[in-house]
Design a protein around this ligand. Sequence first.
Ligand code: GUN
Length: 293
Amino acid sequence: MKLIDGKAIANQIKAEIAAEVKKLQEQKGRTPHLAAILVGNDPASETYVANKEKSCKEVGMSSSVYKMPADITQEKLLETIEFINKDDEIDGLIVQLPVPKHIDVQKVIESIDPKKDVDGFHPVNVGRMTLGQDCYLPATPFGISMLLERYNIDTQGKNCVVVGRSNIVGTPMSILLSRNNPLANATVTLCHSKTKNLTEVCKSADILIAAIGRCEMITADYVREGATVIDVGMHRVEDKSRKSGFRLKGDVKFDEVSPLCEYITPVPGGVGPMTIVGLIMNTLKAFKGEIYK
Ligand code: GUN
């Protein structure tokens, strides 16, 4: 079993990005800028946004966070997005999800200028991704693709099973892996709550991507010997022995699955750090005007 060290790869890529940012800064006279809108005070979302800010700093990018109360009106939120859309000094804009229930999330996503949509959630970017055109790829699938590439894990002709069909991870991951390019070309199965014989389907996977959002659901029964397992799950489990009061677990029952695997990502330190790299990479692309010329 080989552990996929997402943290190490993330640091390596961040160093490469930092070098490029430094060079571009000299040419352009400013740094790339990421803006994040955070609505409400969900502790996990606050941590994610703080980590995104920290990573921007590490690579020499600037960032700003627009904190809004949980009871903000949709109108006010859309106004703020419009304001940021028009700000030439801001290259990328994300609205941290989830947003409170009274807000129409799709409306929010569609109000972000696709040129600044570094989350890759806008239908224009999703459409371009599906057609294999240049676009901002959603950060988590993008991060996973980079991880597979850096570890030379071949996907061509492999059976890839993605469990979970969210718009943020499962669905875009299945599209990316099935694209016609040397870093994809997989035969992909996308599993969800109505999938029959889920255990057997997962067992057929050369590469199993767990993005279900259910703590430790993937046990040894779901994994064939020699498979590669990518765990996208991130669950806070109470742990009074820790200062934070919790520890993180994934969608995969690591202790029993890992002995079966050729490669596996841990939680934490696997996919999580790479998700931020995907976002930073997209912000750099936005700054360079690489996608929408
Ligand atoms: N919530 C969970 N993952 C993400 C993400 O990738 N982007 C945003 N904006 N919110 C999230």
